[in-house]
Design a protein around this ligand. Structure first.
Ligand code: ZN
Length: 103
């Protein structure tokens, strides 16, 4: 497991939120296994799938990645969740996702 981010990917990006998203999405795709079944990799879900960023091909578990770059303790108590109704619909559905939180 490579614990470093590929910082070359964020050249030209100014927004800390965009930088965090790009770095963590890349890291997760290269390094994360399925915590539910142990499959060695996850694949990226289709673009714009609501509250679903990654899927395990083996057990079909769905994962949502939430990442945030912050320099204060404030990030520990707040996490943006996008559109409220979409999030509620997804987390109360039968195929609700698990979350990866990278901060
Ligand atoms: Zn799995």
């Amino acid at each position: 497991m490579d614990l470093r981010f590929n910082t070359a990917l964020i050249q030209g990006y100014k927004s800390p939120a965009q930088q965090a998203r790009i770095l963590t999405e890349d890291w997760l795709a290269r390094n994360m296994y399925c915590p539910i079944c142990g499959a060695v990799s996850l694949h990226k879900a289709e673009t714009n799938a609501p509250v679903k960023d990654y899927v395990c091909d083996h057990c079909k578990a769905q994962y949502e990645l939430k990442s945030k770059r912050a320099t204060t303790d404030k990030y520990r108590t707040k996490l943006n969740d996008g559109v409220y109704s979409t999030m509620i619909d997804r987390i109360t559905s039968l195929d609700n996702p698990s979350f990866f939180l990278q901060m």
